[in-house]
Ligand binder design. Structure first.
Ligand code: FES
Length: 101
């Protein structure tokens, strides 16, 4: 799946991955602002992204534990996800994620 990240500096980074989490893909590609400090277990929020509104249906809503974590973050909004909880698959091909830091 092809995924586009937009960093807080408005830099556009297009990456492509087959499997694993979106956070891992971002870290591998050095996407600024996605740190993945907790290793992808939904407990650090350093992988916080805002999903582009037109891609919300593809990505789907946050899980319950993820939502609790997100609400603690200052930049929380209704398009927030922790991208370590987004699994790469063809279903999310072409999405755009704004780094939320
Ligand atoms: Fe820590 Fe996603 S990497 S919450």
């Amino acid at each position: 799946a092809k995924i586009t990240f937009i960093t807080s500096d408005n830099e556009k980074i297009e990456v492509e991955g087959e499997s694993g989490s979106v956070m891992e893909l971002a870290v591998e590609n050095g996407v600024e602002g996605i740190d993945g400090d907790c290793g992808g277990v939904c407990s650090c929020a350093t992988c916080h992204v805002h999903v582009a509104s037109e891609d919300m249906a593809k990505v789907g809503p946050a899980g319950e534990i993820e939502q609790d974590m997100l609400e603690l973050d200052d930049n929380f909004n209704e398009r927030s996800r922790l991208c370590c909880q987004i699994e790469i698959s063809d279903d999310i091909d072409g999405i755009t994620l704004n780094v939320a830091h």
